[in-house]
Design a binder for this molecule. Sequence first.
Ligand code: COA
Length: 331
Amino acid sequence: MNSKIVGVGHYVPENVVTNDDLAAYIDTSDEWIRERTGIQERRWFNPDKDTVANMATRATKMALERAHMDAKEIEFIVFATITPDYFFPGSGVLLQRELGLQGIGAIDIRNACSGFIYGLSTADAFIKSGMYKTVLVIGAEIQSSALDKTTAGRNTNVIFADGAGAAILQATEEKSGVLTTHLHADGDYAEELYVRDPGSSRKVRLSPELIAGDSFKVYMNGNGVFKHAVVRFEEVIREALDKTGKSTEDIDLLIPHQANLRISQFIQRKLNLPDEKIFNNIMYLGNTTAASIPIALSEAVDQGRVKKGDLVCLAAFGSGFTWASALIEWS
Ligand code: COA
């Protein structure tokens, strides 16, 4: 048994935040942000309307519609997020409830920007083992509420954004579909991109002193992340190609996690891919962590950039550090 993606969907909040909007209260500029990250605008959630779980629900409904499927066919949920609605339980069970699927299993995956590919790989393994026939994989995040929105946080608050993407995987006897997935991590770098609190190893998880500090905000060593990302992205893409006996010329569309346009362009050059073989939407959506790949995949399908028989490569790098790739023969 193999697995294939039968439907993809996405949802992004309506609230558009431009670089100039940020420059109105942060010491930064549209020019600096565009030049260093490629981002022009991003979506930040509306606290009166958007939750991680309800954005995921909207993305799932789009995926179900495209797959001409009823939600009741979903047998298991894999939910990738590092920004769950509650400290616990995870957002997977909230999505399950919103979809009216009480009783089926749901897990959360906390692998940041690589979370969606980790989720895809998990779903693929469940299907290949015969355990489930239809698995929903989600990447959904609300990052904007964890950002330091002052000048002190300007190396992260201009990058991260909110949104949700969904993919429905189904068992197939075809040889196409998910061909291979590759997952890696190196915990030596855990503190290079992280949010320290509310950490359970503190004597007191929440205190006025802690809240007054910086440990609830996203910390990132931007230079360190950049240097590792460019190496790991290329490595893990080549690993997937080698495993399947394919070459870079065989790739029809590369969808890299939308970390930074400069990182995507660097990988594009290293792999010698023409512009039409790489998909970027960071310019208008920012970096939505686990949601970035499924949102991009859904937009690529919308735009007719993924056709039956195409070789689609997904690749990610992020907090952990974690990095991952997947090769899919679209069917
Ligand atoms: N606006 C204006 N200036 C900014 C800024 C902003 N938004 N963010 C940082 N700066 C300043 C810094 O304060 C620093 O000033 P100084 O020289 O006076 O100290 C200067 O720009 C250079 O900072 P540096 O961090 O070295 O910049 P950089 O060229 O590395 O760019 C990032 C910063 C964050 C854009 C870049 O490191 C990056 O994109 N890294 C990868 C991040 C990423 O992909 N994260 C997601 C992983 S999933």
